[in-house]
Design a protein around this ligand. Sequence first.
Ligand code: AVI
Length: 309
Amino acid sequence: MQTSRSPAAIAEISAGLLAPNASLSPKYFYDGLGSKLFEAICELPEYYPTRTEAGIFAEHGADMARSVGTGSALIDLGAGNCAKAASLFPLLQPAQYVPVDISADFLTGAVTQLQQRFPQIEMTALGLDFSNGFELPDNVRGERRVFFYPGSSIGNFPPEQAVAFLRGLRANAGDDGGLLIGVDLVKDSDVLNAAYDDALGVTAAFNLNMLRHLNRLAGTDFDVSQWRHRAFFNEEQRRIEMHLEARSEVTVRWEGGSRRFASGERIHTEDSYKYTRQSFVGLLERAGFATSHVWTDPDNWFAVIHARV
Ligand code: AVI
């Protein structure tokens, strides 16, 4: 979660707004309110990924533990409140738990509580932005390392960046480690469009809230009421695209820059790539992983994959 002004953030936001096709990183969704809105999205009837993945864990957790093995160092990427990993502790029985999240404060609170429930698991919280690669601390290096990356967050990287990111995990996994990852699958576009443009407008609020966050981060003067949420499945690219669209002509100003947007002009805020089973297995192979097992729900909407090095 990023809330204070930094020259690097201002430069990045400014470059994104001035690009011919304006675009901003989805990381700017997540201020305090943005994180709460994302939690609300996960509860929406239209947003199937969270509950579908939870259903797969509930149904196949024991099988996953057999495939992954017990006694590993479980490295939870984007751990948040650590609830997903914790639900698997009784089955996976990790020797060590390493939650990694950009919000260190949030993590520390969650881990303190978790340590009381599972005193036998050694826990080391890491507060860092892992999307650009990271080094594991020395005390994690001795164990068999299993990365846990649920929620289909891998879909928010373009495929080439996803391969590079997975390669980084592969390099950190050692000779006998692995990866347990959640992947959202290609499906009927009506289901996908509804999941990212829900009837209550929670995803619209999540998208629009980025503008308030930018105002604080970069001193932009966005007026939220002048913009609307747009989300649609791009069949050719197999991705949901989210945009913010100007309702009428509007000029946005910030210290050191300004940009005029014509009515209907858009700022691209997020891509969420959807994969077929085969296409994701291909991505894993390119990153140096071998797929060990794939579990899906009865509708084949979501997959949890165990990959070995
Ligand atoms: C975090 N990520 C996996 C979500 C997704 O589905 O791509 C972010 C999101 N954007 C809109 N709704 C949810």
